[in-house]
Design a protein around this ligand. Sequence first.
Ligand SMILES: [Zn+2]
Ligand SMILES: [Zn+2]
Length: 273
Amino acid sequence: MALLHCGNLTIEGESSSAVATYMRVKELDLIFDLGRCPINFIGTQHVFISHFHLDHYFGLPIYISQRWLANIRPGNIYVPAEGMDELQRILNQIATLDSGRVWNYHLTAVQAGDAIQFRKNLVAHVLPCCHTVPSIGYLICEVRDKLKPEFHNLQGHEIAELRRAGTKVTTQIELPLIAYLGDTHKVPIDAHPLLKQCKILICECTFIKPEHRKRAEETMHLHLDILPTLLETFESEHIVLCHFSRRYTPEIILEHISSMLSPLDRPRVQLFI
Ligand SMILES: [Zn+2]
Ligand SMILES: [Zn+2]
């Protein structure tokens, strides 16, 4: 399993095009996609699915059934609205085949533009992606209370007094922590005003060689050609590339990507291989 340290967050899992993509950010208690479900992912509460290609959601029956068997309350699973009913039918059929009973689980249909406050201080903004089936991404932001500027010059006890009198002294701000794009052939740069500032961007990069540009277009995936745009447009400290085609060895991937990076950009780019 791959394990990347990106500032104070760690990303663990695997990602290989058409095989399986699943990534856990333990510190945020969430998983992006679940193409397979390692047993240590079972306890994670929130699962964000990008699209219904097998390599991105086929771990769901394991995740759901293992929690059900262990008497852990159902996880919160967010899935694209298009296809959710079908998924529910499939899960129920697998459950019937498996145990003769229906598992207890909790699916939420989401679509681009939605904002889901999934923990007290965390919100997921749903991003539009562009793929051969409906696909979405997620921008996770931390929600913080910030003192309103008009109260900046006040002493602590004065602020406390205002609070007691019922004055709202704070306003909520969002800090973009991490963005995960589902399979896509376009980066939804303008989909959310905070996206460009996300600390970590996880982006698919299925094809890397020049002769595979056409293949990238046909299968609606990104090509390594996008990297200079990502480096220029995003302020992200960490750009994590994933979902490489199986036709490339890790050595070829490393060689191609290293040759494109300036010494300044090199520390920003990490490969999930
Ligand atoms: Zn995929
Ligand atoms: Zn796909």
